[in-house]
Design a protein around this ligand. Structure first.
Ligand SMILES: *Cc1c(COP(=O)(O)O)cnc(C)c1O
Length: 426
C-alpha cells in the first residue's frame, strides 16, 4: 500500500505526519494518541475556498471541535455550523464571529434558543414549534434573530444510510411541501427575520450529482419564497463532500462540487433577480485526512483469524462500528515493510463489534508495535466516549515540524468527575 501523500511519509522505516516521526511521538506522549496536522487542515480549507471564492464557508464544528482546530479555522476566515450549545460555546471562544455562525439542530432546547438570541448568531430552524419558541424568546429579549429554515430536499445520496440526511423520511428539516407556509409564518412573527434557506443532504458523498439535484430543488424554493416578499440573503447547501478513505477510492474534489452547483446557483439567482450569498458547510473534507490515531499493540492472537489487539477501539474511533467505515491502517514502526500476513485489528472494548480494520495485509505484527489508523481527523475524537471506563487519550497538533499538546490525556479523576455518591452510600 502506498501511504505517501503530501503530509504522510516514511523516514527510518517510521510513518511521519507533517514531517514528524509518529513513533517518537508515541515515545513522548504514549498511546493511544490523536495527531492532527495543522498545515494539512489549512491546505484543505484553502483548496475548498479556491473552488468557491465567492461563497462563505461555515466549517461543520461537529467533525472536530477541538479549540485549536476551531482557532485555525477562524484564522482562515471561516464561519461555523454548530449543532449544540457546547459547539456554539467553543466556536465563539475560538473567535469565530457570531454573524458567521449558523446554529443548526432538529431538537434545540429553549436554553439553546436563548443562547442564540443572546449571542446574535443565525439560526437554522427545523420546525414551526421552534420558530414560535424562538420568536417568543427574541421578542422578550427585545432582539431580532436572522433565521433560515432547514429544508429537506428529498434527494438520495449514495452514502451509508446513517449519514444520509435529506431523504423524505429523515428526521431533519421541513418537508418540501411545507416550506412556503413556514416562511409565511416567519414573516408574520416578531423577533425573527427570515433571511436564508438551508439544506444538508448527507455526509461522505462521493458523487456530486445529488448536490446538483439539491441545488435545483433549493432554487425552486428560493423562487417561491422570494415571491412571498422574503429577501433571501443566503442559500446554504450544507456539507457532505466525501474523502477517499480507501486506497484507490475515487472521490470528488471541491472544484467538482463547484461544477455541480455553481452554474445552477448563479443562473437561477440571476433569473429570480436576487444575489444571495452561497454558503457551504464542509466538515470532513477540511479535517478528515489531517488526523491519524496512533494505537499501541498489546497482543497478537492466532485463533480462527489472527487478531491484533490494540489499545484504542470504538471508544476513540466509532466510525468502523457505527458506519462500517473503512480506515487504512499502517504499522507505524514498519511503515516500509511489505504486508505478509492477514490480520483483524481489534480494540480493547467489550463488544464484538469493536473491530477497527478487518482482513488487512500487514507486516508481521508484535506486541509493542504501533498501528496508525489514517484519516481520523473528522468524526474521530469528536465522537469519542468513556465507555468501559477508558480515559480519552491526548491529542497533539503538528505545525511546521513542531508539536503541541492540544488536549491532555484524561485521568481516572476525569472519568468520575461528575459522579456523586449519595451520603447513604458512603
Ligand atoms: C454534519 C453536517 C455538516 C458537515 O458534513 P461533512 O460531511 O462533514 O462535510 C454540514 N452541515 C450540517 C447541517 C451537518 O449536520
Amino acid at each position: 500500500m502506498s501511504i505517501i501523500s503530501d503530509h504522510l511519509g516514511i523516514r527510518n522505516h517510521h510513518l511521519t505526519i507533517g514531517g514528524v516521526d509518529t513513533v517518537s511521538l508515541t515515545q513522548k506522549y504514549g498511546t493511544p494518541l490523536y495527531v492532527l496536522d495543522e498545515d494539512r487542515v489549512r491546505r484543505n480549507f484553502r483548496t475548498f475556498r479556491g473552488a468557491f471564492p465567492d461563497a462563505d464557508l461555515y466549517y461543520a464544528a461537529k467533525a472536530n471541535w477541538n479549540l485549536s482546530i476551531l482557532r485555525i479555522i477562524a484564522s482562515e476566515g471561516a464561519g461555523a455550523d454548530v449543532f449544540s450549545d457546547g459547539e456554539l460555546y467553543a466556536a465563539l471562544l475560538a473567535g469565530i464571529p457570531p454573524e458567521r455562525i449558523l446554529f443548526n439542530g432538529n431538537s434545540k432546547t429553549l436554553n439553546e434558543l436563548q443562547m442564540a438570541v443572546d449571542t446574535g448568531v443565525r439560526v437554522s430552524m427545523d420546525s414551526l414549534h421552534e420558530l414560535y419558541a424562538l420568536s417568543d424568546l427574541a421578542v422578550k429579549s427585545g432582539k431580532t434573530v436572522d433565521v433560515a429554515f432547514r429544508v429537506n430536499p428529498d434527494v438520495s445520496p449514495d452514502t451509508h444510510p446513517k449519514i444520509a440526511t435529506g431523504l423524505a423520511a429523515s428526521k431533519f428539516g421541513i418537508g418540501y411541501a411545507d416550506v412556503v407556509e413556514a416562511y409565511k409564518e416567519a414573516k408574520k412573527l416578531g423577533g425573527v427575520r427570515p433571511v436564508g434557506i438551508h439544506c444538508h443532504i448527507g455526509s461522505q458523498i462521493l458523487d456530486v450529482a445529488p448536490f446538483g439535484e439539491a441545488v435545483e430543488k433549493m432554487m425552486d424554493m428560493v423562487e417561491q419564497i422570494t415571491r412571498l416578499g422574503v429577501d433571501l440573503k443566503f442559500v446554504d447547501l450544507g456539507g457532505g463532500l466525501g474523502i477517499p478513505y480507501q486506497e484507490g477510492m475515487e472521490a470528488p474534489e471541491p472544484r467538482d462540487l463547484a461544477g455541480a452547483v455553481l452554474p445552477t446557483f448563479n443562473e437561477r439567482s440571476k433569473s429570480i433577480g436576487i444575489a444571495p450569498k452561497l454558503i457551504l458547510e464542509p466538515g470532513r473534507y477540511i479535517v478528515g485526512d489531517a488526523g491519524v490515531l496512533l494505537t499501541g499493540v498489546n497482543t497478537v492472537k492466532k485463533a480462527a483469524k489472527t487478531f491484533v489487539g490494540v489499545d484504542s477501539g470504538l471508544n476513540l474511533l466509532i466510525r468502523p462500528a457505527m458506519y462500517d467505515a473503512y480506515h487504512e491502517v499502517v504499522v507505524a514502526n514498519k511503515a516500509d515493510v511489505a504486508g505478509t500476513e492477514t490480520y483483524d485489528v481489534v480494540g480493547p472494548i467489550c463488544e464484538s463489534g469493536d473491530v477497527i480494520a478487518k482482513d488487512r495485509e500487514l507486516p508481521s505484527v508484535e506486541p509493542g508495535d504501533v498501528v496508525a489508523v489514517l484519516d481520523v481527523g473528522a468524526y474521530g475524537f469528536s465522537m469519542s466516549s468513556q465507555y468501559n471506563g477508558r480515559c480519552r487519550c491526548a491529542e497533539v497538533l503538528i505545525s511546521a515540524g513542531g508539536v503541541d499538546l492540544i488536549r491532555g490525556q484524561e485521568s481516572y479523576g476525569d472519568l468520575l468527575a461528575k459522579q456523586v455518591l449519595p451520603a447513604r452510600l458512603l
